[in-house]
Design a binder for this molecule. Structure first.
Ligand SMILES: [Mg+2]
Length: 139
């Protein structure tokens, strides 16, 4: 199997190179968080031209989370779908949230792999008894 991230030659247009990576990653079926951060950065700096500033991306993140909430409330909650909502796709909206979250991580210098590992470790220590002892979670 070809490596997901082949060598980039100088005459390869950035957008074409990104297409090759995306195609290879589809075959690999998995992507490391670090690769996702790198791919988003490559895409932003070529196709997207540059990052929106942090405040703009924060607003976009909020907007995308709202799109997820809209689908969840109509699928699992008591809201009903309007005709215009029916084209919406939960997994695509999750991906929109992830994309802009990665943008914010990249532009604020956060390594999401390390941050996520530390966060899980913190939860594992802090919450070791918390949920087990929560009577509201008893079946
Ligand atoms: Mg969206």
């Amino acid at each position: 199997m070809k490596p997901a991230w082949p060598e980039q030659t100088q005459d390869t247009h950035e957008h074409d190179y990104i297409s090759v990576i995306v195609s290879n990653l589809k075959k690999h079926k998995r992507m490391k968080i670090k690769e996702a951060q790198k791919l988003v950065d490559k895409w932003i700096n070529s196709t997207g031209i540059r990052y929106f500033n942090e405040l703009t991306n924060m607003a976009i993140l909020t907007e995308e989370v709202g799109e997820v909430a809209r689908i969840i409330s109509r699928t699992y909650g008591e809201q009903s779908f309007k005709e215009s909502d029916k084209e919406k796709n939960l997994e695509d909206e999750f991906a929109d949230v992830l994309f802009v979250l990665i943008c914010l991580a990249n532009q604020t210098g956060v390594d999401l792999t390390e941050a996520f590992k530390r966060n899980l470790e913190k939860k594992n220590i802090r919450d070791v008894d918390r949920h087990r002892d929560n009577p509201k979670l008893k079946k």
